[in-house]
Design a protein around this ligand. Structure first.
Ligand code: PRX
Length: 598
Protein backbone atom coordinates (compact mmCIF):
# COMPACT_ATOMS: atom_id res chain seq x y z
CA UNK A 1 0.00 0.00 0.00
CA UNK A 2 1.40 3.43 -0.86
CA UNK A 3 1.81 5.53 2.23
CA UNK A 4 1.23 9.25 2.31
CA UNK A 5 4.36 10.29 4.17
CA UNK A 6 3.46 13.93 4.14
CA UNK A 7 2.90 14.20 7.87
CA UNK A 8 4.09 17.20 9.80
CA UNK A 9 3.94 17.63 13.50
CA UNK A 10 4.13 21.35 14.28
CA UNK A 11 0.57 22.62 14.34
CA UNK A 12 1.46 25.77 12.45
CA UNK A 13 2.92 23.68 9.72
CA UNK A 14 0.10 21.25 9.57
CA UNK A 15 -2.28 24.02 8.71
CA UNK A 16 -0.02 25.47 6.04
CA UNK A 17 1.32 22.45 4.20
CA UNK A 18 -1.01 21.56 1.39
CA UNK A 19 -1.78 17.85 1.52
CA UNK A 20 -1.80 16.16 -1.80
CA UNK A 21 -3.33 12.75 -1.30
CA UNK A 22 -3.36 12.17 -5.06
CA UNK A 23 0.38 11.76 -5.11
CA UNK A 24 1.54 8.19 -5.23
CA UNK A 25 4.36 7.43 -2.88
CA UNK A 26 6.14 4.13 -2.37
CA UNK A 27 6.40 2.81 1.15
CA UNK A 28 9.37 4.68 2.65
CA UNK A 29 12.45 2.57 3.30
CA UNK A 30 12.62 3.98 6.76
CA UNK A 31 9.09 3.51 7.97
CA UNK A 32 9.72 3.00 11.67
CA UNK A 33 12.72 5.04 12.78
CA UNK A 34 13.30 3.45 16.17
CA UNK A 35 12.84 -0.11 14.98
CA UNK A 36 15.10 0.38 11.96
CA UNK A 37 17.77 1.99 14.12
CA UNK A 38 17.63 -0.80 16.64
CA UNK A 39 17.97 -3.51 14.00
CA UNK A 40 20.54 -1.76 11.81
CA UNK A 41 24.05 -3.15 11.38
CA UNK A 42 26.63 -1.86 8.92
CA UNK A 43 27.52 -5.48 8.06
CA UNK A 44 23.97 -5.95 6.74
CA UNK A 45 24.24 -2.77 4.68
CA UNK A 46 27.50 -4.09 3.27
CA UNK A 47 25.77 -7.36 2.42
CA UNK A 48 23.33 -5.53 0.11
CA UNK A 49 26.31 -4.82 -2.16
CA UNK A 50 27.99 -7.37 -4.43
CA UNK A 51 31.72 -6.95 -3.84
CA UNK A 52 34.13 -7.56 -6.71
CA UNK A 53 33.74 -10.91 -8.44
CA UNK A 54 35.77 -13.74 -6.98
CA UNK A 55 36.16 -12.04 -3.60
CA UNK A 56 38.25 -9.24 -5.06
CA UNK A 57 37.23 -6.66 -2.48
CA UNK A 58 34.97 -3.64 -2.77
CA UNK A 59 35.16 -0.98 -5.45
CA UNK A 60 32.80 1.99 -5.66
CA UNK A 61 32.61 1.90 -9.47
CA UNK A 62 31.76 -1.78 -9.57
CA UNK A 63 28.91 -1.25 -7.09
CA UNK A 64 27.67 1.90 -8.84
CA UNK A 65 27.91 0.67 -12.41
CA UNK A 66 29.10 -2.79 -13.46
CA UNK A 67 27.16 -4.93 -11.04
CA UNK A 68 23.84 -3.61 -12.38
CA UNK A 69 24.54 -5.45 -15.62
CA UNK A 70 24.25 -8.66 -13.62
CA UNK A 71 20.97 -7.55 -12.06
CA UNK A 72 18.93 -6.89 -15.18
CA UNK A 73 19.58 -3.15 -15.38
CA UNK A 74 21.90 -3.06 -18.42
CA UNK A 75 19.39 -1.16 -20.54
CA UNK A 76 18.13 1.10 -17.77
CA UNK A 77 19.11 4.79 -17.97
CA UNK A 78 21.85 5.51 -15.46
CA UNK A 79 22.56 9.15 -16.36
CA UNK A 80 20.28 11.47 -18.26
CA UNK A 81 22.32 14.52 -19.19
CA UNK A 82 20.79 17.84 -20.19
CA UNK A 83 23.25 20.27 -21.73
CA UNK A 84 23.22 24.05 -21.51
CA UNK A 85 22.03 24.37 -25.09
CA UNK A 86 19.25 21.81 -24.63
CA UNK A 87 21.32 18.91 -25.99
CA UNK A 88 20.57 15.58 -24.31
CA UNK A 89 22.54 12.42 -23.79
CA UNK A 90 21.43 9.26 -22.09
CA UNK A 91 23.83 6.65 -20.82
CA UNK A 92 22.33 3.37 -19.74
CA UNK A 93 24.17 1.21 -17.22
CA UNK A 94 25.73 -0.92 -20.00
CA UNK A 95 26.98 2.17 -21.84
CA UNK A 96 28.25 3.74 -18.63
CA UNK A 97 30.07 0.50 -17.85
CA UNK A 98 31.69 0.54 -21.31
CA UNK A 99 32.64 4.25 -21.20
CA UNK A 100 34.12 4.03 -17.72
CA UNK A 101 36.09 0.94 -18.76
CA UNK A 102 37.48 2.84 -21.76
CA UNK A 103 38.63 5.59 -19.42
CA UNK A 104 40.18 3.08 -16.99
CA UNK A 105 42.04 1.47 -19.90
CA UNK A 106 43.26 4.88 -21.07
CA UNK A 107 44.65 5.63 -17.60
CA UNK A 108 46.45 2.31 -17.56
CA UNK A 109 47.85 2.94 -21.03
CA UNK A 110 49.31 6.20 -19.71
CA UNK A 111 50.98 4.26 -16.92
CA UNK A 112 48.87 5.53 -14.03
CA UNK A 113 49.08 3.18 -11.10
CA UNK A 114 46.84 2.34 -8.18
CA UNK A 115 46.60 5.22 -5.68
CA UNK A 116 47.80 7.91 -8.10
CA UNK A 117 45.77 11.07 -8.19
CA UNK A 118 43.44 12.05 -11.01
CA UNK A 119 41.87 15.53 -10.98
CA UNK A 120 38.74 16.32 -12.94
CA UNK A 121 38.18 19.99 -13.68
CA UNK A 122 35.15 20.68 -15.83
CA UNK A 123 31.52 21.66 -15.80
CA UNK A 124 28.87 18.98 -15.45
CA UNK A 125 29.59 17.20 -18.74
CA UNK A 126 29.00 13.44 -19.20
CA UNK A 127 32.79 12.97 -19.35
CA UNK A 128 33.08 14.25 -15.78
CA UNK A 129 30.94 11.36 -14.58
CA UNK A 130 32.75 8.86 -16.79
CA UNK A 131 36.15 10.10 -15.58
CA UNK A 132 35.32 9.86 -11.90
CA UNK A 133 33.92 6.34 -12.17
CA UNK A 134 36.54 5.20 -14.66
CA UNK A 135 39.38 6.42 -12.46
CA UNK A 136 37.85 4.50 -9.55
CA UNK A 137 37.82 1.38 -11.71
CA UNK A 138 41.53 1.91 -12.36
CA UNK A 139 41.94 2.24 -8.56
CA UNK A 140 43.26 5.76 -8.94
CA UNK A 141 42.25 8.41 -6.40
CA UNK A 142 39.88 11.02 -7.80
CA UNK A 143 39.44 14.69 -6.96
CA UNK A 144 36.66 16.46 -8.82
CA UNK A 145 37.38 20.20 -8.74
CA UNK A 146 34.82 22.97 -9.05
CA UNK A 147 35.21 24.53 -12.49
CA UNK A 148 34.61 28.03 -11.07
CA UNK A 149 37.82 27.78 -9.02
CA UNK A 150 40.55 30.16 -10.13
CA UNK A 151 44.18 29.08 -10.71
CA UNK A 152 45.20 29.51 -7.06
CA UNK A 153 42.78 27.05 -5.44
CA UNK A 154 43.50 24.60 -8.27
CA UNK A 155 47.27 24.84 -7.81
CA UNK A 156 47.16 24.50 -4.02
CA UNK A 157 44.97 21.40 -4.21
CA UNK A 158 47.03 19.82 -6.99
CA UNK A 159 50.20 20.42 -4.95
CA UNK A 160 48.77 18.91 -1.78
CA UNK A 161 47.40 15.90 -3.69
CA UNK A 162 50.40 15.45 -5.95
CA UNK A 163 48.08 15.28 -8.97
CA UNK A 164 49.42 13.21 -11.86
CA UNK A 165 46.64 13.70 -14.39
CA UNK A 166 43.91 16.25 -15.05
CA UNK A 167 40.85 15.80 -17.20
CA UNK A 168 39.55 19.17 -18.35
CA UNK A 169 38.36 21.17 -21.36
CA UNK A 170 40.61 23.13 -23.72
CA UNK A 171 39.04 26.38 -22.56
CA UNK A 172 39.60 25.69 -18.86
CA UNK A 173 43.09 24.41 -19.57
CA UNK A 174 44.09 27.58 -21.37
CA UNK A 175 42.47 29.89 -18.85
CA UNK A 176 43.45 28.19 -15.59
CA UNK A 177 45.96 25.38 -15.91
CA UNK A 178 48.35 26.31 -18.66
CA UNK A 179 50.09 28.97 -16.56
CA UNK A 180 50.48 26.56 -13.63
CA UNK A 181 52.44 23.83 -15.38
CA UNK A 182 55.85 24.95 -14.10
CA UNK A 183 54.53 25.12 -10.58
CA UNK A 184 53.13 21.59 -10.91
CA UNK A 185 56.00 19.49 -12.28
CA UNK A 186 54.40 16.23 -11.11
CA UNK A 187 51.35 16.86 -13.26
CA UNK A 188 52.31 14.78 -16.28
CA UNK A 189 49.13 14.17 -18.21
CA UNK A 190 46.23 16.28 -19.36
CA UNK A 191 43.21 14.83 -21.15
CA UNK A 192 41.09 17.39 -22.98
CA UNK A 193 37.38 16.92 -23.56
CA UNK A 194 35.82 18.66 -26.58
CA UNK A 195 37.16 20.97 -29.23
CA UNK A 196 39.34 24.04 -28.87
CA UNK A 197 42.94 25.20 -29.05
CA UNK A 198 45.23 24.06 -26.24
CA UNK A 199 48.72 22.69 -26.17
CA UNK A 200 51.28 21.76 -23.58
CA UNK A 201 53.40 18.90 -22.29
CA UNK A 202 51.48 15.65 -21.93
CA UNK A 203 48.30 17.14 -23.38
CA UNK A 204 46.12 14.56 -25.15
CA UNK A 205 42.59 14.53 -26.51
CA UNK A 206 39.79 12.38 -25.13
CA UNK A 207 38.72 11.45 -28.63
CA UNK A 208 42.20 10.11 -29.44
CA UNK A 209 42.88 8.40 -26.14
CA UNK A 210 39.63 7.34 -24.49
CA UNK A 211 37.20 6.80 -27.36
CA UNK A 212 39.36 4.17 -29.09
CA UNK A 213 40.21 2.33 -25.86
CA UNK A 214 38.71 -1.07 -25.13
CA UNK A 215 35.26 -1.02 -23.44
CA UNK A 216 36.25 -4.05 -21.39
CA UNK A 217 38.17 -3.63 -18.16
CA UNK A 218 38.62 -5.94 -15.21
CA UNK A 219 38.85 -4.06 -11.95
CA UNK A 220 41.85 -5.20 -9.95
CA UNK A 221 41.63 -6.33 -6.36
CA UNK A 222 40.44 -3.34 -4.31
CA UNK A 223 40.74 -3.30 -0.54
CA UNK A 224 37.69 -1.63 1.03
CA UNK A 225 40.09 0.56 3.02
CA UNK A 226 42.06 1.80 0.01
CA UNK A 227 41.84 5.46 -0.90
CA UNK A 228 39.21 6.29 -3.51
CA UNK A 229 38.30 9.97 -3.34
CA UNK A 230 40.07 13.03 -2.09
CA UNK A 231 37.75 15.95 -1.38
CA UNK A 232 39.17 19.25 -0.31
CA UNK A 233 37.68 21.29 2.48
CA UNK A 234 38.77 24.39 4.34
CA UNK A 235 39.65 25.19 7.90
CA UNK A 236 40.13 28.49 9.65
CA UNK A 237 43.84 28.52 8.99
CA UNK A 238 46.37 26.86 6.76
CA UNK A 239 46.05 25.22 3.38
CA UNK A 240 42.88 23.43 2.27
CA UNK A 241 42.64 19.95 3.72
CA UNK A 242 42.35 16.88 1.52
CA UNK A 243 39.83 14.60 3.23
CA UNK A 244 40.66 11.01 2.35
CA UNK A 245 37.72 8.70 1.56
CA UNK A 246 37.96 5.00 0.86
CA UNK A 247 36.06 2.50 -1.30
CA UNK A 248 34.14 1.26 1.74
CA UNK A 249 32.31 4.63 1.76
CA UNK A 250 29.99 3.15 -0.87
CA UNK A 251 28.29 1.18 1.91
CA UNK A 252 27.17 4.47 3.48
CA UNK A 253 26.28 6.01 0.11
CA UNK A 254 23.99 3.07 -0.59
CA UNK A 255 22.35 3.03 2.84
CA UNK A 256 21.90 6.80 3.19
CA UNK A 257 20.51 7.00 -0.36
CA UNK A 258 17.82 4.59 0.74
CA UNK A 259 17.11 5.95 4.21
CA UNK A 260 17.66 9.70 3.96
CA UNK A 261 16.68 10.27 0.31
CA UNK A 262 14.26 7.35 0.17
CA UNK A 263 15.54 6.24 -3.25
CA UNK A 264 13.49 3.51 -4.91
CA UNK A 265 14.21 1.58 -8.07
CA UNK A 266 11.89 3.54 -10.37
CA UNK A 267 12.82 6.98 -9.09
CA UNK A 268 14.10 9.79 -11.28
CA UNK A 269 16.58 11.51 -9.00
CA UNK A 270 18.11 14.94 -9.39
CA UNK A 271 20.94 16.19 -7.20
CA UNK A 272 21.68 19.76 -8.23
CA UNK A 273 25.13 19.93 -6.57
CA UNK A 274 28.33 20.11 -8.61
CA UNK A 275 30.70 17.14 -8.08
CA UNK A 276 33.38 19.72 -7.25
CA UNK A 277 31.72 19.73 -3.83
CA UNK A 278 31.26 16.42 -2.06
CA UNK A 279 27.45 16.46 -2.27
CA UNK A 280 27.75 16.33 -6.04
CA UNK A 281 29.95 13.23 -5.83
CA UNK A 282 28.44 11.23 -2.96
CA UNK A 283 24.85 12.00 -4.04
CA UNK A 284 25.25 13.36 -7.57
CA UNK A 285 27.17 10.28 -8.70
CA UNK A 286 27.51 7.37 -6.29
CA UNK A 287 24.35 7.07 -4.15
CA UNK A 288 21.76 7.04 -6.97
CA UNK A 289 23.83 4.76 -9.21
CA UNK A 290 24.64 2.28 -6.47
CA UNK A 291 20.90 2.08 -5.82
CA UNK A 292 20.30 1.50 -9.53
CA UNK A 293 18.36 4.74 -9.90
CA UNK A 294 18.22 7.03 -12.94
CA UNK A 295 20.04 10.28 -12.24
CA UNK A 296 19.39 13.57 -14.00
CA UNK A 297 22.44 15.78 -14.60
CA UNK A 298 21.88 19.40 -15.57
CA UNK A 299 24.83 21.28 -16.97
CA UNK A 300 23.33 24.77 -16.57
CA UNK A 301 23.70 26.80 -13.40
CA UNK A 302 20.68 27.77 -11.29
CA UNK A 303 17.82 29.51 -12.96
CA UNK A 304 14.35 28.99 -11.52
CA UNK A 305 12.54 28.58 -14.85
CA UNK A 306 15.12 26.09 -16.13
CA UNK A 307 14.88 24.13 -12.92
CA UNK A 308 11.10 24.00 -12.90
CA UNK A 309 11.20 22.84 -16.52
CA UNK A 310 13.61 20.06 -15.56
CA UNK A 311 11.43 18.97 -12.63
CA UNK A 312 8.40 18.89 -14.88
CA UNK A 313 9.95 17.61 -18.10
CA UNK A 314 12.00 14.80 -16.57
CA UNK A 315 9.26 13.84 -14.12
CA UNK A 316 11.78 14.11 -11.26
CA UNK A 317 10.54 12.17 -8.22
CA UNK A 318 13.31 12.83 -5.69
CA UNK A 319 15.17 16.12 -5.60
CA UNK A 320 18.24 16.98 -3.52
CA UNK A 321 19.35 20.59 -3.55
CA UNK A 322 20.60 23.47 -1.39
CA UNK A 323 18.83 25.99 0.84
CA UNK A 324 20.25 28.89 -1.21
CA UNK A 325 18.40 27.55 -4.25
CA UNK A 326 15.18 27.27 -2.25
CA UNK A 327 15.58 30.83 -1.05
CA UNK A 328 16.17 32.07 -4.58
CA UNK A 329 12.98 30.33 -5.66
CA UNK A 330 11.13 31.76 -2.68
CA UNK A 331 12.17 35.24 -3.75
CA UNK A 332 10.47 34.70 -7.07
CA UNK A 333 7.32 33.54 -5.31
CA UNK A 334 4.98 30.63 -5.89
CA UNK A 335 3.54 32.39 -8.96
CA UNK A 336 6.67 31.51 -10.91
CA UNK A 337 5.72 27.86 -10.43
CA UNK A 338 2.26 28.25 -11.84
CA UNK A 339 1.60 26.21 -14.95
CA UNK A 340 4.26 23.62 -14.20
CA UNK A 341 3.12 20.09 -13.54
CA UNK A 342 5.31 18.92 -10.69
CA UNK A 343 3.04 16.09 -9.67
CA UNK A 344 5.80 13.49 -10.10
CA UNK A 345 7.87 15.05 -7.31
CA UNK A 346 7.38 13.11 -4.08
CA UNK A 347 10.42 13.97 -1.95
CA UNK A 348 12.60 17.10 -1.70
CA UNK A 349 15.66 17.44 0.50
CA UNK A 350 18.40 19.98 1.05
CA UNK A 351 21.81 20.19 2.65
CA UNK A 352 24.88 22.31 3.20
CA UNK A 353 23.63 25.28 5.18
CA UNK A 354 20.76 26.07 7.50
CA UNK A 355 17.33 25.63 5.93
CA UNK A 356 15.20 28.26 7.60
CA UNK A 357 11.73 27.21 8.81
CA UNK A 358 10.16 29.69 6.38
CA UNK A 359 11.73 27.78 3.48
CA UNK A 360 10.33 24.49 4.79
CA UNK A 361 6.90 26.08 5.03
CA UNK A 362 7.20 27.67 1.61
CA UNK A 363 8.00 24.27 0.18
CA UNK A 364 4.70 23.06 1.55
CA UNK A 365 2.82 25.96 0.03
CA UNK A 366 4.54 26.06 -3.33
CA UNK A 367 5.34 22.40 -4.04
CA UNK A 368 2.79 20.69 -1.85
CA UNK A 369 5.47 18.85 0.08
CA UNK A 370 7.79 19.82 2.88
CA UNK A 371 11.51 20.22 2.26
CA UNK A 372 13.57 17.76 4.27
CA UNK A 373 16.74 19.24 5.66
CA UNK A 374 19.71 17.00 6.31
CA UNK A 375 23.19 17.49 7.66
CA UNK A 376 26.68 16.20 6.91
CA UNK A 377 30.19 17.35 6.04
CA UNK A 378 33.02 16.65 3.63
CA UNK A 379 34.63 14.71 6.48
CA UNK A 380 31.61 12.48 7.12
CA UNK A 381 31.40 11.43 3.46
CA UNK A 382 27.64 10.92 3.61
CA UNK A 383 24.42 12.10 5.27
CA UNK A 384 24.56 11.72 9.06
CA UNK A 385 21.41 13.49 10.31
CA UNK A 386 18.19 13.80 8.35
CA UNK A 387 14.48 14.45 8.20
CA UNK A 388 12.95 11.27 6.77
CA UNK A 389 10.11 10.68 4.35
CA UNK A 390 7.99 8.87 6.92
CA UNK A 391 8.77 11.04 9.92
CA UNK A 392 7.49 14.32 11.23
CA UNK A 393 9.46 17.30 9.97
CA UNK A 394 10.26 19.95 12.52
CA UNK A 395 10.87 23.03 10.37
CA UNK A 396 14.30 24.44 11.19
CA UNK A 397 15.68 21.17 12.52
CA UNK A 398 18.25 19.00 10.75
CA UNK A 399 16.42 15.85 11.85
CA UNK A 400 17.66 12.71 13.58
CA UNK A 401 20.82 10.61 13.12
CA UNK A 402 20.81 7.93 10.43
CA UNK A 403 20.57 4.28 11.44
CA UNK A 404 24.14 3.21 12.22
CA UNK A 405 25.10 6.72 13.34
CA UNK A 406 25.30 7.85 16.95
CA UNK A 407 25.34 11.60 17.45
CA UNK A 408 25.73 13.63 20.62
CA UNK A 409 26.21 17.15 21.87
CA UNK A 410 29.56 17.33 23.68
CA UNK A 411 31.91 19.73 25.44
CA UNK A 412 35.66 19.45 25.19
CA UNK A 413 37.36 18.99 28.55
CA UNK A 414 40.64 20.68 29.54
CA UNK A 415 42.29 17.23 29.61
CA UNK A 416 41.67 16.82 25.87
CA UNK A 417 38.66 14.53 26.15
CA UNK A 418 34.97 15.23 25.78
CA UNK A 419 31.93 14.99 27.99
CA UNK A 420 28.49 14.32 26.60
CA UNK A 421 25.86 16.95 27.36
CA UNK A 422 22.58 15.21 28.07
CA UNK A 423 20.27 18.11 28.87
CA UNK A 424 17.93 18.88 25.98
CA UNK A 425 18.42 22.13 24.05
CA UNK A 426 21.83 22.77 25.56
CA UNK A 427 24.33 24.14 23.12
CA UNK A 428 27.54 22.23 22.53
CA UNK A 429 29.65 20.74 19.76
CA UNK A 430 28.03 18.17 17.52
CA UNK A 431 29.96 14.89 17.70
CA UNK A 432 29.60 11.51 16.00
CA UNK A 433 30.65 8.17 17.43
CA UNK A 434 33.39 6.59 15.32
CA UNK A 435 33.62 4.76 12.99
CA UNK A 436 31.22 4.52 10.06
CA UNK A 437 32.04 3.43 6.49
CA UNK A 438 32.22 6.87 4.84
CA UNK A 439 34.18 8.54 7.64
CA UNK A 440 37.28 10.29 6.35
CA UNK A 441 40.42 8.27 6.97
CA UNK A 442 42.79 11.21 7.12
CA UNK A 443 43.65 14.68 5.93
CA UNK A 444 46.30 13.96 3.32
CA UNK A 445 49.79 14.63 4.76
CA UNK A 446 48.28 16.30 7.86
CA UNK A 447 48.24 13.71 10.61
CA UNK A 448 48.12 16.26 13.42
CA UNK A 449 45.17 18.17 12.02
CA UNK A 450 43.34 14.88 11.53
CA UNK A 451 44.08 13.67 15.06
CA UNK A 452 42.65 16.86 16.54
CA UNK A 453 39.22 16.02 15.09
CA UNK A 454 38.84 13.04 17.42
CA UNK A 455 38.58 12.52 21.18
CA UNK A 456 37.39 9.63 23.34
CA UNK A 457 36.00 7.73 20.34
CA UNK A 458 34.07 10.73 18.99
CA UNK A 459 34.56 12.68 15.78
CA UNK A 460 34.20 16.38 16.61
CA UNK A 461 32.44 18.23 13.81
CA UNK A 462 33.29 21.86 14.59
CA UNK A 463 29.57 22.67 14.42
CA UNK A 464 27.58 23.94 17.38
CA UNK A 465 24.17 22.38 17.80
CA UNK A 466 21.43 21.41 20.22
CA UNK A 467 19.33 18.27 20.62
CA UNK A 468 15.72 18.51 21.71
CA UNK A 469 13.88 16.12 24.01
CA UNK A 470 12.64 14.08 21.03
CA UNK A 471 16.12 13.59 19.64
CA UNK A 472 15.95 16.12 16.78
CA UNK A 473 19.13 18.13 16.18
CA UNK A 474 19.15 21.90 15.67
CA UNK A 475 22.04 23.72 14.02
CA UNK A 476 23.42 26.71 15.96
CA UNK A 477 26.53 27.76 14.04
CA UNK A 478 30.15 26.99 13.31
CA UNK A 479 32.65 26.85 16.15
CA UNK A 480 35.32 28.31 13.82
CA UNK A 481 35.68 31.06 11.22
CA UNK A 482 34.96 29.15 8.02
CA UNK A 483 32.44 30.76 5.72
CA UNK A 484 29.40 29.17 4.08
CA UNK A 485 28.34 30.98 0.93
CA UNK A 486 25.63 29.47 -1.27
CA UNK A 487 26.35 26.14 0.43
CA UNK A 488 30.07 26.26 -0.42
CA UNK A 489 32.61 26.13 2.36
CA UNK A 490 35.26 28.82 2.03
CA UNK A 491 38.41 29.11 4.15
CA UNK A 492 39.13 32.74 5.12
CA UNK A 493 42.86 32.01 5.09
CA UNK A 494 42.84 31.09 1.40
CA UNK A 495 41.12 34.40 0.57
CA UNK A 496 43.41 36.43 2.84
CA UNK A 497 46.50 34.84 1.28
CA UNK A 498 45.36 35.76 -2.24
CA UNK A 499 44.71 39.36 -1.18
CA UNK A 500 48.11 39.57 0.50
CA UNK A 501 49.76 38.75 -2.82
CA UNK A 502 48.69 42.14 -4.12
CA UNK A 503 51.49 44.72 -3.70
CA UNK A 504 49.17 47.24 -2.00
CA UNK A 505 48.00 44.91 0.78
CA UNK A 506 49.74 44.84 4.16
CA UNK A 507 47.18 42.69 5.99
CA UNK A 508 43.82 41.16 5.28
CA UNK A 509 41.05 39.69 7.43
CA UNK A 510 38.13 37.85 5.88
CA UNK A 511 34.71 37.10 7.36
CA UNK A 512 31.33 35.71 6.32
CA UNK A 513 28.76 38.50 6.36
CA UNK A 514 25.18 37.25 6.84
CA UNK A 515 23.06 37.42 3.70
CA UNK A 516 19.36 36.56 3.42
CA UNK A 517 19.73 34.50 0.25
CA UNK A 518 23.19 32.90 0.08
CA UNK A 519 23.68 32.57 3.85
CA UNK A 520 26.94 34.46 3.99
CA UNK A 521 28.92 36.58 1.55
CA UNK A 522 32.69 36.78 1.72
CA UNK A 523 33.81 40.17 3.00
CA UNK A 524 37.42 41.27 3.32
CA UNK A 525 39.00 43.97 5.46
CA UNK A 526 42.29 45.23 4.15
CA UNK A 527 45.06 47.43 5.60
CA UNK A 528 47.30 48.99 2.96
CA UNK A 529 51.07 49.30 2.78
CA UNK A 530 52.60 52.77 3.15
CA UNK A 531 52.30 54.73 -0.07
CA UNK A 532 48.87 53.33 -1.00
CA UNK A 533 45.65 55.25 -0.48
CA UNK A 534 42.24 53.65 -0.02
CA UNK A 535 39.76 54.51 -2.74
CA UNK A 536 37.20 53.16 -5.16
CA UNK A 537 39.72 52.41 -7.90
CA UNK A 538 41.92 50.36 -5.58
CA UNK A 539 38.90 48.55 -4.14
CA UNK A 540 37.86 47.51 -7.64
CA UNK A 541 41.39 46.47 -8.47
CA UNK A 542 41.60 44.28 -5.37
CA UNK A 543 38.21 42.71 -6.06
CA UNK A 544 39.37 41.96 -9.61
CA UNK A 545 42.72 40.60 -8.40
CA UNK A 546 41.03 38.25 -5.94
CA UNK A 547 38.50 37.10 -8.51
CA UNK A 548 41.21 36.33 -11.03
CA UNK A 549 43.31 34.38 -8.53
CA UNK A 550 40.53 32.58 -6.67
CA UNK A 551 37.62 32.38 -9.08
CA UNK A 552 34.11 33.68 -8.62
CA UNK A 553 33.07 30.98 -6.14
CA UNK A 554 35.67 31.94 -3.54
CA UNK A 555 36.57 35.62 -4.11
CA UNK A 556 35.27 38.33 -1.75
CA UNK A 557 32.22 40.29 -2.86
CA UNK A 558 33.03 43.24 -0.60
CA UNK A 559 36.24 44.90 0.53
CA UNK A 560 36.58 47.60 3.18
CA UNK A 561 39.77 49.45 4.04
CA UNK A 562 41.08 49.81 7.60
CA UNK A 563 44.18 51.58 8.93
CA UNK A 564 45.09 48.43 10.94
CA UNK A 565 43.40 45.16 11.69
CA UNK A 566 42.78 43.90 15.23
CA UNK A 567 45.33 41.26 16.21
CA UNK A 568 45.91 38.99 19.17
CA UNK A 569 49.18 39.11 21.09
CA UNK A 570 50.34 36.11 19.12
CA UNK A 571 49.74 38.08 15.90
CA UNK A 572 46.56 36.41 14.65
CA UNK A 573 43.95 38.60 13.01
CA UNK A 574 40.80 38.63 15.14
CA UNK A 575 38.18 37.84 12.53
CA UNK A 576 35.61 37.38 15.28
CA UNK A 577 36.06 41.01 16.28
CA UNK A 578 35.95 42.24 12.68
CA UNK A 579 32.66 40.40 12.32
CA UNK A 580 31.18 41.67 15.58
CA UNK A 581 32.00 45.25 14.59
CA UNK A 582 30.63 44.78 11.08
CA UNK A 583 27.36 43.51 12.51
CA UNK A 584 27.20 45.93 15.44
CA UNK A 585 27.32 43.04 17.93
CA UNK A 586 29.02 42.98 21.35
CA UNK A 587 32.78 42.70 20.97
CA UNK A 588 33.12 39.89 23.54
CA UNK A 589 36.29 38.95 25.34
CA UNK A 590 39.08 41.31 24.26
CA UNK A 591 41.72 40.10 26.69
CA UNK A 592 43.93 38.73 23.93
CA UNK A 593 43.66 41.86 21.78
CA UNK A 594 47.09 43.35 21.12
CA UNK A 595 46.78 45.93 18.36
CA UNK A 596 43.58 47.42 17.08
CA UNK A 597 42.18 48.95 13.96
CA UNK A 598 41.09 52.08 15.73
O1 PRX B 1 28.48 23.89 9.14
C1 PRX B 1 27.83 22.77 8.61
C2 PRX B 1 27.20 23.12 7.27
O2 PRX B 1 28.12 22.76 6.28
C3 PRX B 1 29.29 22.22 6.89
C4 PRX B 1 29.89 21.17 6.02
O3 PRX B 1 30.26 21.73 4.82
P1 PRX B 1 30.94 20.84 3.70
O4 PRX B 1 32.10 20.13 4.28
O5 PRX B 1 31.13 21.72 2.53
O6 PRX B 1 29.86 19.73 3.43
C5 PRX B 1 29.17 19.65 2.32
C6 PRX B 1 28.28 18.43 2.41
C7 PRX B 1 26.99 18.72 3.08
C8 PRX B 1 28.83 21.71 8.20
O7 PRX B 1 29.90 21.57 9.12
N1 PRX B 1 25.96 22.36 7.08
C9 PRX B 1 25.81 21.22 6.39
N2 PRX B 1 24.51 20.84 6.42
C10 PRX B 1 23.85 21.72 7.18
C11 PRX B 1 24.78 22.70 7.61
N3 PRX B 1 24.44 23.72 8.39
C12 PRX B 1 23.16 23.80 8.77
N4 PRX B 1 22.21 22.91 8.40
C13 PRX B 1 22.51 21.86 7.61
N5 PRX B 1 21.57 21.01 7.24
Amino acid sequence: MPVDADVLSAAAVRTRIRKDPGRLRPVPHLLDYEATRAAFRWEDARATLDGLPGGGGLNIAHEAVDRHLLHGRAGKTAIRWIGKDGARRELNFAQLAAETSRFANALQALGLRQGERVFVLMGRLPELYVSVLGALKARCVVTPLFSAFGPEPIATRAEVADARLVVTTPELYQRKLHGLRERLPRLQHVILVGEGEAEGPGVRRWKDLVDPASPVFTIGRTEPQSMALLHFTSGTTGRPKGAVHVHEAVVAHAATGRYALDLHDDDIFWCTADPGWITGTSYGIVAPLVNGVTSVVVEAEFDAQTWYSVLEGERVTVWYTAPTAFRMMMKLGAEALRGYDLSALRFAASVGEPLNPEAVLWGGEAFGLPFHDNWWQTETGGIMIANYAAMDVKPGSMGKPLPGITAAIVRRTPAGGVEVVDTPMTEGELALRTPWPSMMRGYLHEEERYRKCFADGWYLTGDLAQRDEEGYYWFVGRADDVIKSAGHLIGPFEVESALMEHPAVAEAGVIGKPDPVVGEVVKAFVALKPGYEPGEALRRELLGHARKRLGAAVAPKEIDFRANLPRTRSGKIMRRLLKARELGLPEGDLSTLESDEK
